[in-house]
Design a protein around this ligand. Structure first.
Ligand SMILES: Cc1ncc(COP(=O)(O)O)c(C=O)c1O
Length: 380
């Protein structure tokens, strides 16, 4: 007996390729030490003390279902950002929220607008719903917001903008974003605009980086996404949040699974929200280590895209990114190849601790030197 066929929309669906796990690579290559620089996590982890304290309080209530809407966390986020709890939604990572927006709003005769090398989960969410994907080329590795605003049409339901973008690490300025909204308004188009700020805490130090919370006044159909997975160091718990007008939150809430965020995630996220010290330390580490990586890459002769985040997109031409990725993997350094982003001659590396970054530089240097000599790689 054959199993039934999946929906036609997912016939050619490619699964998301996550960073490879440390244990798998240890087992596969018989390695004792493996460095994971593949998923833009915080090398300092989470603020241990506050998370430990919140976890101890939890044991007594683990037999209960979590509070479905993550009320306490929403209240705390609302207070921090000067908004109301009914303007906040919590998801199992922003990943869940991206899909939730698509499931709630997209009909299959509508479209989404994204840019060619944007975070891939937007495109996947659109495809899942059978919507058309309007994909716009980037300009200087940045979203070309002017063209994106012009490409939107009456059938555009959602525009997704990662700011900064993964994997390019670039951001769009306040002025660019304002102009984008102005163009939509001038054209009498009012799609939902999802501004995904997974790396907000790293980018906000740039003067021209937008404070998107203020832009909600200019464009009310704005949804802002932030996550606890990156700088807050809670990727393993899966928790992120969205900020939007309350009508949008209420629509999303009707589709959100009833207990989508575990009580462990809710407690830990509530506890870390005030960890300004930890955030400052993390930003300082990343900025220092980014300079180290830039200088070493220049020495090796590898080009990179300057990044406003905690990862760097590196041009490994004439080598194929996939080849460099596999070589690094076999030596215990996990990065990401960029084929799924249509950057076949690039890899993306997360800025790690100094020890991890040194390991990455030492290893890639050896690989590239040998690659040249033996000509074993797939060259352009
Ligand atoms: C731009 C962007 N958005 C969203 C996510 C998803 O993050 P999470 O689901 O862990 O919150 C990522 C993760 O890499 C990302 O880079």
């Amino acid at each position: 007996m054959k199993p039934p066929k999946p929906r036609k929309e997912i016939k050619n669906f490619q699964p998301y390729i996550p960073g490879r796990p440390i244990d798998e690579i240890k087992q596969k290559y018989g390695l004792k030490t493996v460095y994971k620089l593949a998923s833009n996590e915080n090398p300092l982890g989470c603020p241990h003390k506050v998370v430990r304290e919140s976890m101890l309080k939890l044991i007594r209530i683990l037999h209960r279902y979590p509070e479905g809407s993550s009320l306490i966390l929403r209240q705390k986020i609302a207070k921090k950002f000067g908004i109301t709890p009914d303007e906040v939604i919590i998801g199992a990572g922003t990943d869940e929220l991206i899909e939730l927006v698509a499931k709630t709003y997209l009909n299959n005769d509508e479209n989404i607008v994204v840019s060619d090398h944007a975070f891939i989960r937007y495109r996947m969410a659109g495809e899942l719903m059978g919507a058309k994907i309007i994909s716009v080329p980037m300009k200087d590795y940045k979203h070309d917001l002017d063209v994106m605003a012009r490409k939107a049409n009456k059938k555009t339901k959602i525009v997704f903008i990662a700011n900064p973008n993964n994997p390019t690490g670039t951001y769009n300025t306040n002025q660019e974003l304002k102009r984008f909204f102005d163009t939509l308004l001038m054209r009498k188009l009012y799609p939902l605009v999802v501004v995904d700020e997974a790396y907000y805490e790293y980018a906000r130090c740039y003067d021209d980086y937008p404070e998107s919370l203020f832009l909600r006044k200019l464009y009310p159909n704005l949804i802002i996404l932030r996550t606890f997975s990156k700088i807050y160091g809670l990727a393993g718990l899966r928790v992120g949040f969205g900020i939007a007008r309350k009508e949008v939150i209420s629509d999303l809430d009707r589709v959100r699974p009833p207990f989508n965020v575990s009580v462990v995630a809710q407690y830990a996220a509530t506890a870390v929200l005030d960890s300004d010290n930890h955030l400052q330390k993390s930003v300082a580490l990343v900025n220092k280590e980014k300079q180290y990586l830039y200088s070493q890459l220049e020495r090796i002769g590898l080009k990179y895209i300057p990044s406003a985040t905690n990862f760097i997109l590196i041009d490994v031409t004439p080598f194929k990114g996939e080849w460099v990725f596999r070589k690094l993997l076999s030596k215990g350094v996990i990065v990401r190849a960029m084929d799924e982003y249509e950057f076949p001659y690039f890899i993306r590396v997360t800025v790690g601790s100094h020890k991890e970054n040194v390991a990455f530089i030492t290893t890639i240097k050896q690989i590239i030197k040998k690659g040249d000599k033996n000509d074993t790689c797939d060259k352009k």
